[in-house]
Write a protein that binds this ligand. Structure first.
Ligand code: ZN
Length: 130
């Protein structure tokens, strides 16, 4: 039995490799991005189930087909033909409007529906599930 040899990286430790200025810049840009209430790293796992989300926000939603796609009324235009197709099985909850409103994922749908920013939409969605 041979013990596993593990050598930590010893070389390349420059004394003045990191300048204080650039480190500070990165930090402040991160703060600007995430602000005081940052999104938790596992936010994708905390989004609501697409099936329950879309059943609340798209009228006349059908049962999903074998691929998980259901049809419903698109809330983004004056829809009379259930032009919205929404993915109810994949947790990302993709959607597409065949009348030309576009497509995206569940967060994008919620952003468009509420007019919120990405961060606010994610927080909103996490809270709606709790
Ligand atoms: Zn539409």
């Amino acid at each position: 039995m041979n013990p596993i040899k593990e050598k930590p990286h010893a070389g390349g430790r420059g004394a003045s490799g990191i300048t204080g200025l650039s480190a500070h810049r990165d930090f402040s840009s991160l703060r600007a991005l995430y602000g005081k209430d940052r999104i938790p790293a596992n936010w994708r796992d905390r989004l609501p189930d697409p099936a329950s989300y879309y059943s609340q926000h798209a009228a006349k939603l059908t049962r999903p087909n074998g691929m998980g796609w259901a049809q419903g009324v698109c809330p983004f235009h004056d829809d009379h033909n259930a032009s919205l197709s929404a993915q109810l099985i994949d947790p990302r909850g993709g959607w597409r409007c065949f009348a030309g409103c576009g497509s995206g994922d569940l967060v994008g749908f919620h952003m468009r529906l509420t007019g919120k920013t990405f961060k606010d939409a994610v927080v909103d969605l996490m809270e709606s599930r709790a």
